[in-house]
Write a protein that binds this ligand. Structure first.
Ligand code: AMP
Length: 394
């Protein structure tokens, strides 16, 4: 069973092809195009590459195409991408303006190109469907809530991967099984023993932190939109909502300009004035740039704030996991995040930490009560797995 996972950006198409016939799934091919101006041609070229490489003979060799869709009104989980679902995504375009419109356009083009191949979406909000109501509700008027103003949570594919893989690494196959089955049985898979408490830190161009109890998320630092939580590369992160009418009145900004600046001029780039890549900011900070140093400090402060929130909510943690571009590759930033937490039983092993880059590994010292782990995430694999499960159920 071959499943293509397509990652659609406004000017990019990236893909991975998995053979999901038997466990473990095999990655057969990955590729992509940047600066796409002709999307139908990009899809054609993608299929051409798969055929030229001998991975498929014809389109119908694909059991499905899976997409890491973001958010839709009244729809979450893993679903067939019907016109009704695409309409529900359209209804929430304003929540994810950089993601939903290109996905909707791209999915419609795939549907036109290969009408007989099932197109399946795994929504980024899916992992938070079982989070406690008090944790997802903003204190807004009921009408706002009914319109969709609530904490949705994002990065669901990544945090679900961490939930499953961390449980395996921590010797809890029962919890791994529960995480694996979550979208099929809603967390009904039985677990034995003490609850497994994991804090998953997805730190990259876009960052979020999630608390996970027994394989099920209790919340996510991303809220109503992917603009919240930690500061991102060039997106703002958490902000008091009253700042928006304030800058509109005080600086004379239009709502469109406010939206643009929140998405493009904020975050690490906004504070540092240097770059939206944390490596450039680190270099500038090391060279004495005070704003760059401040950007890093704001990032650490926010990350520790969210780790702290989930430490309390989970009544401690068995493990804190680092993943994504920064979490997997930047030992010095992991060290800064874990500094001075010995009273919480969090002790980093500096030697192990230096060694673990872009691979799985334990970076806590043997005395640490809380295990510190690095786990490279694999969002596309989660999309492929859930797509297969949906096909199997049908
Ligand atoms: P992501 O969004 O997960 O691709 O992460 C991108 C972020 O990770 C950027 O801010 C990069 O600066 C940062 N990063 C740091 N080191 C690396 C690395 N070796 N490879 C890729 N990204 C890195």
């Amino acid at each position: 069973m071959k499943i293509l996972v397509a990652n659609i950006g406004s000017t990019s198409l990236k893909w991975r092809l998995f053979d999901c016939s038997s466990a473990p799934e095999r990655l057969l091919h990955k590729g992509g195009f940047e600066r796409v101006t002709d999307y139908p041609k990009a899809i054609e070229d993608c299929l051409g590459e798969l055929k030229a490489g001998g991975h498929i003979q014809q389109d119908s060799d694909l059991a499905a195409v899976g997409f890491k869709t973001v958010v839709a009104k009244g729809v979450s989980g893993c679903v067939a991408l019907t016109e009704e679902v695409l309409g529900a995504m359209e209804a929430f375009n304003a929540i994810a303006p950089a993601h939903n419109p290109p996905y909707i356009t791209g999915i419609r083009l795939f549907a036109k190109r290969m009408p007989a191949v099932p197109l399946i979406g795994l929504f980024e909000t899916a992992f938070y469907q079982w989070a406690p109501e008090a944790g997802v509700r903003y204190a807004v008027p009921q009408a706002w809530y009914e319109a969709g103003v609530r904490r949705w949570g994002f990065h669901g594919a990544s945090h679900k991967f961490i939930a499953e893989r961390s449980a395996e690494l921590l010797g809890r196959p029962d919890v791994a099984e529960r995480a694996r089955n979550l979208y099929v049985d809603g967390g009904a898979t039985a677990v034995q023993g003490a609850p497994l408490r994991v804090i998953s830190c997805h730190l990259g161009g876009s960052s979020s932190i999630t608390g996970i109890r027994n394989g099920v998320a209790v919340g996510n630092s991303l809220g109503f939109s992917p603009q919240s939580g930690l500061p991102h590369n060039n997106r703002v992160g958490d902000l008091d909502s009253f700042a928006i009418p304030f800058v509109m009145r005080t600086l004379g900004l239009s709502i469109d300009e406010v939206e643009r600046q929140l998405c493009k001029e904020g975050g690490l780039k906004g504070i540092s004035g240097v770059s939206n890549d944390i490596r450039d900011i680190q270099t500038a900070a090391a060279g004495g740039n005070a704003q760059a140093k401040l950007a890093l400090d704001v990032f650490f402060h926010s990350a520790r704030h969210w780790i702290g929130a989930y430490l309390l909510e989970l009544n401690g943690a068995d493990a804190i996991v680092f993943t994504a571009g920064i979490g997997e590759n930047r030992p010095e930033l992991r060290a800064a995040l874990c500094q001075g937490l010995d009273q919480l039983g969090i002790l980093l092993d500096p030697v192990a930490n230096e060694k673990v880059r872009a691979v799985e590994g334990v970076i806590s010292s043997p005395e640490s009560r809380v295990k510190l782990l690095v786990i490279p995430t694999n969002e596309e694999l989660v999309v492929a797995r859930e797509t297969k499960r949906l096909l199997d159920r049908k």
